[in-house]
Design a protein around this ligand. Sequence first.
Ligand SMILES: [Zn+2]
Length: 357
Amino acid sequence: MTKNIITVLESIPEEWTNIEVYHTTAKLLPEFKKPTIVKYAGKNANSSIWISTLQHGNESTGLHVFCEQWKQLLQENIFFPYDVYFFIANGYAALSGEHWSKRFASFQVDNNRCWFREEEENLIAKMNIPSLQQKQIRLVTEFINSTNPTHLLDVHDTTGKNQSIGFTLRKNDDPKNNVLYSLAKNIIFLSRLPGSFLDAFSEKYISFGVECGKSGTTESFQSGRKMVWSFLNLSSTKKESESGYENLRRIVIKNEIDFDFHNFSKSNPIQDNRLHIRSDIEELNQSCTRTFGMLGTYFGDNLPLCVLEQGRDVTEQYLRKENGKIYARTSYFGQLFSTNKQNVIDSELGYFSSRIK
Ligand SMILES: [Zn+2]
């Protein structure tokens, strides 16, 4: 069954079992231009679980993992006591321009900021979501709600080097998180992430997000494989998170600031009017600002970076500058820092978080 603005497949096409994972981009990706739902029916199922990926067009891990997962399900005749729905959110973005290079297509806004809770319909107007994208998301939302879901997982990867990370809006001690604790070592406890898939469904169903690791790496693919398999089985062997973090604070570079990534261990020249960020900034992910030390240099006035707490400017609380060197004020843990310049401009440099234990 194909509606004209989304694609719905009632089963995993048999011919997909012949596609090698390294042919995912050439042979599978073109099938997913429109938002696509692929059903894998369970045995005597009266509920469902959902796994989504490709909210962001520059994140290739999830689809590669799906390709391998579909093959295994069909070849080994595996069945679950619930229906499984695979959702490929935004092939347009992955296919636009050079493949896997754009977070969203030129005629879109960030797809993972378009999912809203029913009571927050008024925010949709505020977000200026293009009408096609809005209609597609509405249709998929209705579809999800119609399948009696219990668990949803949204699979992402990162441009920077990160370990696997899980996201939840539920509290540390909520046993509903156990499935997530079994997926990823690092867990980030969010208060809200408005517009995200995770946030939109979190109140109604048990919803998680995961970041597999750095896009295009074997590590990311392997950790994605493990996480998707564990989620399909709803394994929940772990009762608490291995490393927990909270209070995510977004760090962006101020609009007018010119910046680069600088290797301070080589004596590269420093320009006074430019922000030089340490080129090894990705090493700060899942580690502490205290041991990491200086973040970069800037000899202009004021701080060239902005720290945001739910959109509120809290820079002074988090950063200080001393003789042109920028430091964190105290011990935070870095998350999702990236040295991909385009990504830094489009989204952010990274995040600070506090360690829970
Ligand atoms: Zn993403």
